[in-house]
Ligand binder design. Sequence first.
Ligand code: LLP
Length: 415
Amino acid sequence: MDHFQYRDDALWAEDVPLAAIAERFGTPCYVYSRATLERHWHAFDQAFREHPHLICFAVKANSNLAVLDVLARLGAGFDIVSVGELERVLAAGGDPARVIFSGVGKREDEMRRALEVGIRGFNVESEAELVRLDRVAREMGRIAPVSLRVNPDVDARTHPYIATGLKENKFGISIQDAETVYRHAAALPGLQVTGIDCHIGSQLTELAPFVDALQRVLALARRLAALGIEITHLDLGGGLGIRYVDESPPEPADYASVIRQHLADLPFEVLLEPGRAIAGNAGVLLTRVEYLKPTAHKQFAILDAAMNDLLRPALYQARQAIVPVRRTAHEPSAVYDLVGPVCETGDFLGKERALALAPGDLLAVRGSGAYGFVMSSNYNSRPRAAEVMVDGAEAHLVRRRESLTDLFAGENRLP
Ligand code: LLP
């Protein structure tokens, strides 16, 4: 459930009509709902109830400071993949002791900063990284808490670009090699082994791959215990899917319940790194129809938002619902390809959508709260969109629209 609902024929975000937001802040514009973010975070947090757990929002999904702020106030943890994300979490009031650092390519300066602020732990993805982290920690007189990200080789049955848990993917340490690498980690004086981590992919719409991965991770935990390596937490990554159009992914409660069932009374604390399931349906991209362009083959609606604003359709052929901000009584007037002004054939936000459209109409691209603004660019010298957070009857500008001079503010002509 989210807080983007029609009242009569107008689409609202909580208690604010989206048309009023477009009027005040212009388009294209990302609009987030605080109540929805909170609801989704609580759905995960409450699903584990008394079982020790920490829900670490995957910052890559939406790193706007206001989004992180909303979650930090709930006591969220954060899963980061760069020092940039770490600085955002700190600037938003997040607790470094609840930060987990994932990612295959951590630089030395990133490790140093994370150790300096005292993050909760590192998810280490290779033996070379382990050696580097040990050295950096010792140089700083610190002990780095580590989990190894293991690659359990399960098929997440999702888009190949967002499946990460197969043996041919670049992520993690093969689960067959894990004991050797754990033994190495346990022998390094700058490290303290605390957990096992895995993340098998994103936008999963079934529970079976999660269960598969969990069973492999639990078997590894048993083998490690036999070697005298006791771990205290399991980080099961993110990946729970959402409904974009007609998918029916499991609810966080169903997901948590199978995890708890498999854990039974094992003492492991559970860490999760959900991104999309928290932020995805907590945001829409508001856009206006610039032109209708009928051709002999197709009807195009040319929008003021493009692939530089929302890349998912172009990059993954992702389908997201696109709905009118004001519903009309008219039957759909045509089947449109909804495209942007960027000079690429791949620049579309939706294909073959039956809608009743006129120039100037506002549309909302649903499911845009995760992997939306964060993946946007300035391609075609298009300033990035504004971001707005709705909180009840208030709408706050949480990132101003880039200006034309912002576009080249960091650039220089030759002397
Ligand atoms: N943890 C790790 C280590 C990850 O790599 C990811 C996502 C997450 C957690 C969060 O996954 P989520 O719960 O959001 O599925 N840009 C793509 C998605 C890329 C996901 C990358 N990793 C998209 O727009 O569909």
